[in-house]
Design a protein around this ligand. Sequence first.
Ligand code: TMP
Length: 206
Amino acid sequence: MRGRFITVEGGEGAGKSSNLDFIRQLLEASGKQVLFTREPGGTELGEAIRELLLGHKHTGMADDSELLLMFAARAEHLHRKIKPALIEGTWVLCDRFTDATYAYQGAGRGIELSRIAQLEQWVQGDLRPDLTLLLDLPIEIGLERAGKRSAPDRFESEALHFFETVRSGYREIAKQQPQRVKVIDASVPLPDVQRQITAVIEQFLA
Ligand code: TMP
């Protein structure tokens, strides 16, 4: 049987890393073989594109360049890693995917969503995540957490308003597609976040 495709999304400092690890453990404990990967990145070419996108060398790149680079990395990722894994029955757990493009390049940068949808169809065909967990929390809390970690990358250096629009972009997707996208309140203490995640994963596995 084809593997399942699960993605995790959220704003800066939403606790993606520790929660992704937690999700992976839940899936493995239930006997799934899991490929863990991330976007932009996941392949040699994709990681090189990630450096171009997140580094400060190309600050001020055109919004369309940013969008196309995201999809270039995604095309490679799908071709080399995601699709082959799903075909052989491996479950794929991915740190961000196309919802991030709708939220960051669509809502955040203001690129028309229909244009992103065209690229999505071109690059992915009918492939969409089976389940998406959206780690949602107020911008101020997220940025404070992210700021404590390391020097800000090109996205983390954006103004507050940008993150507000990204957050509403994500929440709009969750509103439109409640079957696929499950919103997790990531503002509460970690054990409470993990309780919510466990409930979602258990329901999905059932
Ligand atoms: P992160 O995975 O460490 O959070 O960093 C990836 C950054 O790239 C994050 O700021 C969100 C951004 N991003 C987009 O803008 N569009 C996309 O399609 C993806 C996958 C990520």
